[in-house]
Design a protein around this ligand. Structure first.
Ligand code: ATP
Length: 314
């Protein structure tokens, strides 16, 4: 659905993209995540044909965006960071105008408009001028225009920015519904948004992709946590002696029991230490209270990448 290869873009001395490549398949819902200034909007503008890259290629539906800009734009539903709405127009007048601009045939317009209006829950607000709507409803109008022509691909630039918590939940639910029939790429700097909506995240920092993986892969570690009823003599040394282990941290579990965070060596272990630890605990007759794989939150992954980025820059 989307193929991006080695994209570069500078604005004067600012290198916004430094060789960005990724592929998005049909039916995926992917979060493009990054701090302010990471280059998210630049990627989206290139993909939607509103900005020319300095180098690299962007393809949508197998078509080069630069060569087939109009055809690509006709197949994408795009919600820019600030949707170009006309505050004096009513919702229905605006959507009708967008349907004309999209060259949706007159006989199909009623169906297309009703579907977009119901999908975005705008039916009660059709006769209100857009300028009088709350920000959340204006965002719905932006989404309604993006789906009018039933695009198979939706590209949304920070769709919930500036909304209150209730509006955020509503827009997320709407995106979830739209994901049933479309591939979706959306940008955000909100980690929980990606966790709430996506299977996969592309993390962008300083114009480079720092991670591109399914959330479950990002969360997985080769570490494990072993909680015991009491501290057996020599347990720490025994754990440290395992060849798959690069370190052991001793701490107290929340309910006050001795706990060991066993850091797996990604080079040696198969990624899951728990069977090995279970066997070891049985062998030594340790009173096991809990044994689990350690997982990371997206926030931990993001912070680690941000720290690496700062260290690399200095
Ligand atoms: P945000 O989350 O703040 O919207 P972003 O990840 O979308 O950020 P971009 O808007 O793509 O980031 O910007 C990437 C870099 O390029 C930033 O350093 C930004 O200041 C710079 N930049 C973007 N547009 C322009 C422009 N028109 N002229 C000069 N610099 C620009």
């Amino acid at each position: 659905m989307i193929n991006v290869s080695e994209l570069t873009k500078s604005y004067g001395p600012v290198q916004a993209l430094r060789g960005v490549s990724f592929h998005i398949g049909e039916g995926e819902i992917v979060g493009l995540l990054g701090p302010n200034g990471a280059g998210k909007t630049t990627i989206i503008k290139i993909l939607t044909g509103y900005l020319q890259p300095d180098g690299g290629t962007a393809e949508v539906h197998g078509m080069d965006v630069l060569e087939h800009t109009r055809e690509v734009q006709a197949q994408i539903g795009y919600l820019p960071e600030t949707a170009p709405l006309y505050p004096e127009l009513t919702v229905q007048a605006y959507l009708k105008m967008m349907a004309d601009l999209r060259q949706i045939p007159e006989e199909a317009q009623l169906d297309r408009l009703s579907e977009a209006i119901y999908a975005t829950g705008l039916q009660e607000h059709l006769t209100r001028p857009i300028g009088q709507l709350s920000k959340g409803f204006r965002q719905r109008v932006g989404l309604a225009q993006a789906i009018l022509h039933k695009p198979k691909l939706l590209i949304l630039d920070e769709p919930t920015v500036g909304l209150d918590p209730t509006q955020i939940v509503e827009i997320r639910n709407l995106i979830r519904r739209l994901a049933k029939t479309s591939t979706i790429l959306f940008s955000t700097h909100i980690l929980s948004e990606v966790e709430a909506l996506c299977d996969r995240a592309i993390i962008l920092m300083n114009g480079r992709i720092k991670a591109d993986a399914r959330l479950s892969e990002l969360a997985a570690t080769s570490d494990a946590v072993l909680v015991l009823e009491r501290t057996p003599e020599g347990a720490l040394e025994t754990l440290r002696g395992l060849k798959e282990v690069r370190g052991v941290e001793l701490f107290r579990s929340l309910d006050g029991y001795p706990a060991y965070r066993v850091l797996g060596d990604p080079q040696l272990s198969d990624g899951n230490l728990t069977p090995r630890l279970y066997a070891l605990a049985r062998q030594h007759d340790w009173p096991v209270r809990e044994l689990r794989r350690d997982v990371r939150t997206l926030e931990m992954v993001f912070n680690q990448l941000a720290t690496e980025e700062v260290t690399a820059e200095n």
